[in-house]
Structure formats: structure tokens, C-alpha cells
Design a protein around this ligand. Structure first.
Ligand SMILES: Cc1cc2nc3c(=O)[nH]c(=O)nc-3n(C[C@H](O)[C@H](O)[C@H](O)COP(=O)(O)OP(=O)(O)OC[C@H]3O[C@@H](n4cnc5c(N)ncnc54)[C@H](O)[C@@H]3O)c2cc1C
Length: 477
């Protein structure tokens, strides 16, 4: 029967009891306590048939009643309800719609979403994070965290535990460490009040509702919020709502892997980067046991999609591209288990779109990759997502806690606008510089190779450190 009355299982329980009763009545007929199944076959058959007939009679009308009522109820609720209440088209049949209010909703529990939620929490502001997966998604194995990221992690109060787990790659004034993504996400999530992250909550659409926004989830439920922040990565629903196009793909890919050594590895704590042969290859130790490597370049000659799906072929592709490198470096790739190798197509949000697009509109804004997807050439996408979290939380807190005579909606709008203006040029700078750096490093043109190897080599190697040195005054709570 349809599930509208919620009676299928209950009715099955009833069937069991009544069927047993009817059978028992006929089988034990004319007997006190003794089973009569051992009596003559014909008699036994006649009595069993009578018992089952009796059961069928007793249940037929009951079941007929429940099936018809359930069917009618479902029809009335789903179809007549639509006529009377103009049911929104995204609501799914058979699901319960509930509307929950939350002052600030953040879409996505990645680096930017969690950093924003934690920064708001440190400022005494509650938020709700909606995450489509059923656990924290740590895609990408590791992330290089540069000086700017450490300033943010210090401001959030979670840097020290991460420092203890990951060795430093550069000394001096700069702080660079290769972090396990899972450790970073867990550290960001750990200090959030329980219930802040709601898993298995995929946002499918957004709707205006007066001064609020309605956020519709794929399970049919709806949340009403005064502030909506999209931290939902490359294919962001919020960015689309703000009017941005899909990110531009560049025909380049990144292959990444991590080799684990149970007895520890012998790599020095430094970033080794090799360029040539149309690719850029890098190796960096993550902790005492794990060494991370990556290769970026165009895989088109191999047929992007076939190669991306086959981890063994990816490993072979990387080994072939390495050419003559030291055995030590080659061994890292050889020692990597194929299941630890991943490949991603690279894209970016065109700088002009970031410069002139709606990073914020009314009470909606975006952060992280959703706002400024960039190529990994500067390894700054995640660090910038952390910066966003602090700056956004600060702007929102300033707006909410000051000018209380102004309407709240207007204050939120100003706060998010302020955030957008602070981030626009920073994001444009890093997207543009990353793209240029990638192009120069992977180009095989003679002129570009000459520039890269003879004139610009020092400047290019210093560039990531320079870009990571972002104004510390903006990264405090
Ligand atoms: C090859 C490569 C190497 C990189 N290396 C570095 C590096 O060394 N250093 C660095 O700083 N950066 C690096 N980056 C960039 C970095 O990975 C990203 O910038 C960073 O992960 C962005 O974080 P985010 O939170 O904005 O997005 P994401 O990490 O993509 O998180 C988005 C979250 O939103 C969730 N979500 C998506 N859609 C929905 C929805 N509709 N509803 C609810 N939830 C949703 C997702 O499940 C996910 O959890 C690299 C990127 C690549 C591709």
C-alpha cells in the first residue's frame, strides 16, 4: 500500500497474529493441548484450507480499506494541496517540508565555510553550516599553508595543534607547512558548537522572501535566513544565484599523490619544484611519514578523460614526464599506492568577472573557490579561503554590532558590501598571478624558457612567498 497512512508495517504485524490465530484454531480444533497435524491427511488439508479462508475473509476488507484510504490521502495531500497552496515546484513528492529559521546560513563545510563559521563563533555570532556530504570532505590529500594562512589559523586559535602535527618547510619570517586537509578541516570544525554543521544537506535553490532568503534543500526541507553565505566551491549554487558564469576550464590538469613511509622518510623539510617538459612537478614532505607530490600540465595528448579515470595510467604518465630526476624523487612517485593518486581539471574564475561581478548582493555573499577559483600555481586558493573567513566574519560582526539605529537588513547589506570590496582586488591579483606563473612555468617556447631560466628564476621562486605576505592587520578578529 502507499505509505501515506504509515500502516503497511502495522498491517503486516496484524496479518501475522490473525493468520496464526486462524491456523491454530483449525489445527487445534477438537483437541485440548495436542497438535493434530499427525492425523489423516485429508482431514488436515480440509482444516488448513478452512483456516486460511477464514484469515483471508478477516483481512480482505481491512486491507482494502487501508489501501484505498492511503491512496486517497496521498492524492489529496499532493495534488489538491498544490492547487490550494501553490506548492513550490522544487518540493519533492512524498517528502515533509519544514521551514527552519537561522540568522546566518553558510553553504558548504569546506575550508572557507568552516573558517567563516569559526570566525563568527569567536566573535560571538551563531551560524548554521549546510554540507551536502555526510562527513567532512577532505578531497585533495594535502594543502600548502603559507604565512597568510598561519596568521588566520592563529587568529582562530587553532594554529598550535596543527603546528605540532606538521613540520615547517621554510624558516625565518615566513611560515610554510604542508597540512593534511583532513587535519585542517577537523581542527576548524572541532571548536564549533555542536549542531553548527548539518550534514547531508545539499542546497538546490535559493528564493527571495521579503528581507530573508529561502534556502531549499534536496531533501525537500527549507530554511529561512537573514544572511546567506556561499562557500560551496567550484559549482556553487550561491555564485550562480549571484549571476556568475561557470568557471573557465584551462585544458590543464593536476595529478596529486602522497607516499606514506611507516618507518619515516628521509626528505628534508623543503619544497622541491622542477619545471620542464611542459609540466611542473613538486615534492614536499607533510609530516614525518607522508610525502606529497603533484604534477601540473596539459594531459591532452593522452586523452584527458581516459587518463583521469585510471590511477595506474596516471602514475605511469607522471613517471614518464619526470625524465631524468634523482632516484630519490622518482621513488616518491613509485612508492605511492595507486589509490592515493588523484587528478583534477584546472580552471579559474576570470579576473574581470571577480572585479565587476556581484561578490555580494543584498544579504547574500560568497567566499573561497565559489568566489575566486584559481589555478594551484601559487598554492593560495585554500589560504585565500581562510583569509575570506576572517574578513567576512569581521565585516559582518561590525555591521551587526554597530549602528543599531539603522535597519538590520541595511547593516547586513553594508557589511557584506564592505567584505566584497576588501576582497575583490586581492582575489584578482592572486588569480591573475597564478595563471601567469603557471603559463610561464609550463611553456616550452624558447623565449619564455629563456626568461624563466635566465632572467626571472629568482623572482618566480620568491613570488609565492611575496603573495602570501598579506596585511596582518586585516587578519585579526
Ligand atoms: C590540485 C590542487 C592543488 C591545490 N593546492 C593548494 C595548496 O597547496 N594550498 C592552497 O591554499 N590551496 C590549494 N588548492 C586550492 C584549494 O584546494 C581550494 O581553494 C580550497 O579547497 C577551497 O575551499 P572552499 O571551502 O572554498 O571549497 P571546497 O573545498 O570545494 O568546499 C566546498 C564544500 O561545499 C560543499 N558543497 C558543495 N555544493 C554544495 C551544496 N549545493 N550544498 C551544500 N554543500 C555543498 C562541498 O561538499 C564541500 O565540502 C589546490 C587546488 C587544487 C585543485
Amino acid at each position: 500500500m502507499p505509505p501515506d497512512l504509515g500502516q503497511g508495517g502495522c498491517s503486516a504485524l496484524g496479518d501475522g497474529v490473525i493468520l496464526a490465530r486462524c491456523l491454530a484454531d483449525v489445527l487445534l480444533e477438537n483437541s485440548t493441548c495436542q497438535r493434530r497435524l499427525d492425523s489423516e491427511n485429508e482431514d488436515e488439508y480440509r482444516r488448513t484450507k478452512k483456516g486460511l479462508d477464514n484469515y483471508a475473509e478477516k483481512r480482505t476488507w481491512r486491507v482494502f480499506d487501508l489501501i484505498c484510504t492511503g491512496y486517497m490521502l496521498g492524492w489529496i495531500q499532493e495534488y489538491l494541496y498544490k492547487i490550494v497552496y501553490f506548492e513550490p515546484k522544487f518540493a519533492r513528492k512524498g517528502t515533509t517540508k519544514m521551514e527552519v529559521n537561522a540568522d546566518i546560513v553558510i553553504v558548504g563545510a569546506g575550508i572557507s565555510g568552516l573558517a567563516t563559521a569559526l570566525a563568527l563563533h569567536r566573535l560571538g555570532i551563531k551560524s548554521l553550516v549546510l554540507e551536502s556530504s555526510n562527513v567532512l570532505r577532505a578531497a585533495g590529500i594535502t594543502i600548502t599553508a603559507w604565512t597568510n594562512a598561519w596568521r588566520v589559523l592563529d587568529a582562530l586559535g587553532i594554529a598550535d595543534s596543527l603546528r605540532q602535527q606538521h613540520g615547517q618547510i621554510f624558516g625565518g619570517d615566513d611560515e610554510v607547512r604542508c597540512l593534511k586537509r583532513k587535519a585542517l578541516l577537523e581542527a576548524l570544525a572541532k571548536d564549533l558548537p555542536s549542531g553548527t554543521i548539518r550534514y547531508s544537506s545539499k542546497v538546490v535553490s535559493i528564493e527571495e522572501s521579503g528581507f530573508s532568503k529561502l534556502v531549499h534543500l534536496d531533501n525537500g526541507s527549507t530554511l529561512k535566513t537573514k544572511v546567506l553565505i556561499g562557500c560551496d566551491g567550484v559549482n556553487s549554487v550561491v555564485t550562480k544565484w549571484l549571476g556568475f558564469n561557470k568557471p573557465t576550464l584551462l585544458g590543464r590538469s593536476a595529478i596529486r599523490g602522497c607516499a606514506y613511509y611507516v618507518d619515516g622518510h628521509s626528505f628534508e623539510p623543503k619544497f622541491d619544484v622542477l619545471v620542464g617538459n611542459g609540466v611542473r612537478f613538486g615534492v614536499v614532505p607533510c609530516d614525518h611519514y607522508a610525502v606529497y607530490w603533484f604534477l601540473t600540465g596539459s594531459l591532452s595528448a593522452q586523452g584527458n578523460s581516459t587518463l583521469q579515470e585510471n590511477q595506474l595510467k596516471l602514475k605511469q604518465f607522471v613517471l614518464n614526464k619526470l625524465g631524468k630526476v634523482s632516484d630519490h624523487i622518482r621513488a616518491v612517485v613509485e612508492d605511492t599506492k595507486v589509490e592515493e593518486i588523484a587528478c583534477a581539471s584546472l580552471g579559474y574564475r576570470p579576473p574581470l568577472e571577480v572585479l565587476f561581478g556581484n561578490i555580494s548582493k543584498d544579504n547574500v555573499s560568497v567566499a573561497g573557490d565559489a568566489c575566486h577559483l584559481m589555478t594551484p600555481d601559487l598554492a593560495q586558493g585554500g589560504c585565500l579561503a581562510l583569509e575570506d573567513g576572517i574578513v567576512l566574519a569581521r565585516c559582518l560582526a561590525d555591521a551587526l554590532l554597530e549602528n543599531e539605529d539603522e535597519y538590520k537588513y541595511e547593516r547586513i547589506k553594508h557589511g557584506l558590501n564592505n567584505y566584497a570590496e576588501k576582497r575583490r582586488w586581492r582575489a584578482v591579483d592572486l588569480i591573475y598571478t597564478g595563471c601567469m606563473l603557471g603559463w610561464i612555468q609550463e611553456s616550452e617556447w624558447f623565449g619564455v624558457r629563456y626568461l624563466r631560466e635566465k632572467l626571472l628564476s629568482h623572482y618566480l621562486s620568491e613570488l609565492p612567498l611575496k603573495k602570501a605576505d598579506f596585511d596582518p592587520k586585516q587578519l585579526v578578529l
